[in-house]
Design a protein around this ligand. Sequence first.
Ligand code: 0O2
Length: 255
Amino acid sequence: MILDHEIPFSLMKIRQQIQNLDTNSAIFSEFALKHVSDFLDIMQVYRGAMQEAGTKLEILDEEYSMRLSHNPIHHMERRLKSVGSIMEKMERRGFELTLESLKKNVYDIAGIRVVCNYVDDVYAVSKALCDQDDIEVALIKDYIANPKETGYRSLHVICMVPVYLSSGCVKAPVEVQFRTIAMDYWASLEHKLRYKSILPTEERTKHSKTLQDCAKTLAKLEDEMQEVQRDLISTQKKLALGSDSGLNESRQTNS
Ligand code: 0O2
């Protein structure tokens, strides 16, 4: 299942977003307004790349489901970054204000969040995607092996995905965030606390500490549950092999 977050996809909507920009510098809104139709062109290509990657992931999930009677992907979410967030990132990171710099430096305009059932699924599905011939891996950040200070865990992969336009093929980056259900529900609460909370600083600090502890507890729980799942899958594989060889034996006896 793929959930699409609202994608701002018309000149009017993009223009509205730019007019509502909350940047410290008017230069950013002027730049965005001047290039509004270029933004639409860029967004169209990035949306295509995001759809291609989404389809690849859906096909992989279906294949696993057929072969192992197990769906590694619980659900996916897709979103295009708003012009406001793109401008905010360029301003915060001090990137040069040109379209070339935007394409070169902002890798997460198109994003897919792949929420898997288990940690093994995260690594299996991400590897299967990255190994595809037409996918070029630009960057991998493994915050599962190396969690962030906050406790945040996820596997981030920036993939260059081909998009076939009438003028030919272009490759565009898609940030794919792979995580488990537990990592996802932790991250959404932490995100709320960090960006949307009206709590006083002292309370926020206390809750952030609690969330750091929760992240460790969740990681431990996930390890234990993963062991149970591994046992189930390997027994299932053995049984399937056994019934195959049983079938072969009875075929040989009958012939
Ligand atoms: P959104 O709307 O989720 O995309 P930067 O993007 O500048 O912060 P960088 O190095 O490009 O930094 O990206 P990084 O840190 O590898 O990952 C950025 C994205 O990962 C964030 O996107 C979040 O989705 C997620 N993320 C990273 N760290 C944390 C964290 O500590 N807590 C939570 N809840 N999420 C995190 P955006 O851009 O914030 O927004």
